[in-house]
Design a protein around this ligand. Structure first.
Ligand SMILES: Cc1cc2nc3c(=O)[nH]c(=O)nc-3n(C[C@H](O)[C@H](O)[C@H](O)COP(=O)(O)OP(=O)(O)OC[C@H]3O[C@@H](n4cnc5c(N)ncnc54)[C@H](O)[C@@H]3O)c2cc1C
Length: 364
């Protein structure tokens, strides 16, 4: 067991955590970033597509290249930031203010931080259907990691469930890797992702079957196909069951915040459907009801890397300020304005509504 102390502990080395660490270190705080993966960057490292969003948040740049920019920024902070890879935060004990973590499966850490920034991201949702535990049923994020980080394709013929951005982007990447996408099934009457992605997929001849879902996966030891069916307005079966042959079923049915440590920290939480799960109440500086804990990124509500990076910067500045560190007086306002711009208009409506439910000091 090793004991560590730090001004700021950042849990998660994705875009939110790295941005938070950069700001806290720039203000002079000592920072530990604990990342359970073998590399920094979170979801970004597997994203080979160019980002949408604002220029300040790297629109037009590929996800893995954004991860590199953030890692370089952290490296530029010198000894102020210590990054612990292969390190999973396993618990938080508020009475003693102790965070426990494991490096690999061998070494235990006991970390005493003055402040904590939770940037643990999200986990993939699954849906129940018979045989969903057979080899060959994957989350879309897992497929993306397999292909784009490890260079392995999951199979030869895939059915994708879910036509949100992740389902559309991963379908396209599967085709780029030479995998046939038999169909994309979407339970809702419309495509949830950007039309530009859907149009690209359709031009390549992949049917996007709206109001369709999976009834069961077929196979004994591995996937050999899927039974699919059409849904009516009440999500009951409308037509005949069809069989589609495939060796992989890929679920892109959404993400939910990884909020376990926030519960342990006694943070006041609320289930907010627009933010895709239980999320903490927070103020504009991303501080939760536990005054030692800040949040940033998908753990505070499923959104996008652009928002995660801005929230991370706000949390980093605020945590450093609470330690009496010198932060530029206009920095918070600058990032808050960028967050508001990002969430403006019709596209940001759902997020604005969700955040309003848990933002204690109001949206304006
Ligand atoms: C296919 C796909 C396409 C996308 N395209 C875009 C896009 O075009 N534009 C855009 O803006 N966004 C996009 N996003 C969304 C974006 O990737 C996420 O919103 C963003 O990565 C969230 O950042 P984060 O830092 O909150 O979480 P993550 O990137 O998920 O990082 C969280 C990190 O925390 C680590 N972690 C979790 N729990 C622990 C623990 N207990 N201990 C230690 N470490 C832990 C994880 O290993 C991970 O590295 C896309 C997402 C996907 C899946």
């Amino acid at each position: 067991m090793r004991n560590l102390t730090t001004d700021v502990l950042v849990v998660g080395g994705g875009p939110a955590g790295l941005s938070a660490a950069a700001e806290a270190a720039a203000a002079g705080a000592s920072v530990i970033v604990a990342e359970s993966d073998l590399h920094l960057g979170g979801q970004l490292v597997k994203q080979s597509h160019k980002f949408f969003g604002s220029k300040e948040e790297y629109a037009g740049t590929r996800g893995f290249e954004i991860a590199k920019v953030l890692k370089d920024e952290i490296a530029g902070s010198g000894a102020k930031v210590e990054t612990l890879l292969n390190t999973t935060v396993t618990g938080y004990y508020p009475d003693e203010n102790v965070v426990t973590a494991m490096i690999g499966e061998e070494e235990y850490l006991r970390i005493t931080p003055k402040k904590i920034i939770m940037a643990s991201g999200a986990q993939e949702r699954l849906i129940p259907f018979p045989n969903n535990d057979l080899p060959g049923v994957y989350g879309a994020g897992a497929v993306q990691t397999l292909m784009n980080v490890y260079g392995v394709v999951p199979g030869k013929k895939v059915i994708m469930i879910g036509a949100g951005n992740i389902g559309l982007i991963v379908s396209y990447q599967l085709m780029q890797a030479g995998v046939e996408v038999a169909a994309i099934l979407e339970a809702m009457p419309r495509v949830g992702g950007y039309w530009v992605h859907a149009a690209k997929i359709r031009r390549l001849g992949v049917p996007i079957l709206l109001r369709h879902s999976i009834k069961r996966a077929l196979g004994d030891r591995v996937i050999t196909g899927a039974e699919i069916y059409e849904l009516d307005e009440k999500f009951n079966q409308a037509g005949e069951t069809e069989t589609v042959r495939c060796d992989t079923i890929c679920l892109a049915v959404g993400l939910t915040p990884s909020s376990e440590i926030l519960w342990q920290g006694g943070c006041k939480m609320k289930y907010v459907p627009n933010l895709c799960g239980h999320v903490p109440f927070r103020d504009k500086t991303m501080r939760t009801s536990n005054e030692k804990i800040w949040v940033a990124g998908d753990v505070s509500g499923i959104e996008e890397a652009s928002a995660a990076m801005i929230e991370g910067r706000i949390a980093g500045i605020s945590a450093a300020k609470s330690l009496g560190r010198d932060v530029k007086s206009d920095s918070f306002d600058k990032f808050w304005k960028r967050l508001k711009d990002l969430r403006a208009g019709e596209v940001g409506e759902k997020i604005r509504a969700g955040v309003s439910e848990v933002l204690v000091d109001g949206w304006e």
